[in-house]
Design a protein around this ligand. Structure first.
Ligand SMILES: Nc1ncnc2c1ncn2[C@@H]1O[C@H](COP(=O)(O)OP(=O)(O)OP(=O)(O)O)[C@@H](O)[C@H]1O
Length: 418
């Protein structure tokens, strides 16, 4: 008996045939999906039935189709009724609200609102924009027009008031994450490695060698650090690396993502710009070279691998010896890391660094990258773990290939800590 026969019939997309158009089912089939993920199997029958849904599930668990299929079905019905105009608008809250204040943007017939990444929306302080948007939309979208309104959110913190204002009296709370013993997906193997500060760059060099036949994402805490490491590894170590960060133009970012999407083996150096929403096939390794700010950010970074049903992936976070407590902190959020081997033998990068540093522009980049790294610490909330007071700043400078500590007001930064 193959997997498909064993599976509960309610979990097959075919089960939705009375609720979903043949075209949608055909499109799902063309994507190669036959069985719904847990969140899809729970959300779709309810949402297609017109219920308002708050859905919480792990990153990479298939939330997109859980809200997209009902949204597309709504559009299909509008088209049948020959409703004119744009059918789907995808926007950030601030931009959407700007448009709603223009005469040309007619939103009187809106019948479905989806808030994806709702926790991030709150974190970025879009709450006020969102309230205004909801106030202007046909009141209680769900109740009045009898069409669904969904929230897809990885975490529910702070959303209660919004749910009340936007949704029907009766909201279906679906959480496939409850009672779960782990915050990350089963197919993810994750661990941490410890490395002395000044050998961090050397560690990364070794890791890139070991993973050269894989598709890898490496996370850094600042744009300049991404640029610095990218320049060093691509120009002076001839490594296959791409980079993406917020200071690049949209066209360049799109090109990089397309290249990474199509590549079989390459490393993408990135900031947290790439931590959410990107669905790139077959990423093998997530490397957190600089630590994330909290458990939530950790989960989203590692969520770029092991995506979809039965998928597998690997993640490693690099910690300095005085950051190891981060492992216990993650444990409190049900993230369990194995301890990976700590390397003590590295290829000597000094000649390559010396060559690079003879270029004044590269030296300047190293200084800026160092400053970016220090600034990232300044805003970290977990001060007991990411502690500037105990940090060996000279060793940090050396980890950027700098023989002397740049002129950064470390004393001021340290004072901020107290
Ligand atoms: N029923 C399914 N069967 C197999 N693969 C699926 C199914 N549904 C979605 N996928 C695949 O799983 C991956 C993750 O899906 P999706 O992007 O919807 O996750 P998500 O929960 O929205 O993640 P995130 O929170 O990171 O945005 C995608 O590559 C998608 O194509």
């Amino acid at each position: 008996m193959d997997i498909e026969e064993k599976v509960n019939p309610r979990k097959k997309f075919k089960y939705l045939k009375d609720q979903v158009s043949a075209a949608t089912l055909q499109a799902v089939k063309a994507m190669g999906f036959k069985i719904m993920t847990d969140i899809q199997a729970e959300v779709l029958p309810e949402a297609l039935d017109g219920a308002d849904v708050v859905a919480t599930a792990k990153t990479g668990s298939g939330k997109t189709l859980a809200f997209l299929i009902p949204a597309v079905e709504t559009v299909i019905k509008c088209m049948e009724k020959q409703v004119q105009g744009v059918h789907i608008v995808v926007a950030t809250p601030g931009r959407l609200f700007d448009h709603m204040r223009t005469k040309e943007f007619d939103y009187r017939n809106v019948c479905c609102l989806v808030l994806d990444e709702a926790d991030k929306i709150f974190q970025y302080g879009f709450e006020e924009d969102l309230k205004q948007i909801i106030n202007r939309l046909p009141s209680k979208i769900g109740t009045n027009i009898d069409k669904p309104c969904y929230l897809a959110l990885p975490s529910q913190k702070g959303t209660d008031a919004l749910i009340k204002s936007a949704m029907k009296e009766k909201v279906h709370n679906i959480n496939t994450d409850e009672d779960n013993l782990m915050a990350t997906v089963e197919g993810l193997k994750q661990g941490y490695a410890v490395c002395e500060t000044e050998y961090r760059l050397w560690w990364l060099h070794k890791l890139l060698k070991k993973t050269r036949n894989f598709k890898v994402m490496v996370f850094f805490s600042s744009c300049k650090s991404v640029e610095f490491h990218h320049e060093f590894f691509s120009k002076y170590c001839e490594a296959a690396v791409l980079c993406i960060h917020g200071k690049m133009s949209q066209t360049d970012r799109t090109d990089v993502i397309t290249n990474f999407y199509n590549a079989e083996k390459v490393a993408l150096f990135c900031t947290d710009l790439a931590a959410r929403g990107l669905d790139i096939p077959a990423v093998d390794w997530i490397v957190q070279f600089d630590p994330p700010s909290d458990a939530n950010e950790y989960i989203h970074r590692v969520g770029r691998t092991a995506r979809g049903m039965g998928a597998e992936g690997n993640a490693v976070i690099l910690l300095r010896p005085d950051e190891v407590e981060f492992v216990s902190y993650l444990k409190e959020s049900k993230i369990y890391l194995d301890k990976y081997e700590s390397w003590d033998k590295f290829a000597n990068l000094q000649p390559k660094l010396d060559a690079a540093m003879s270029d004044p522009q590269f030296h300047e980049l190293a200084v800026e990258a160092f400053q970016g790294y220090m600034r990232a610490f300044e805003v970290k909330k977990l001060k007991h773990i990411f502690n500037l007071i105990t940090m060996d700043v000279d060793a940090v400078a050396r980890s950027f290939g700098l023989k002397e500590r740049p002129d950064v007001d470390v004393r001021k930064l340290k004072l901020l800590e107290i």
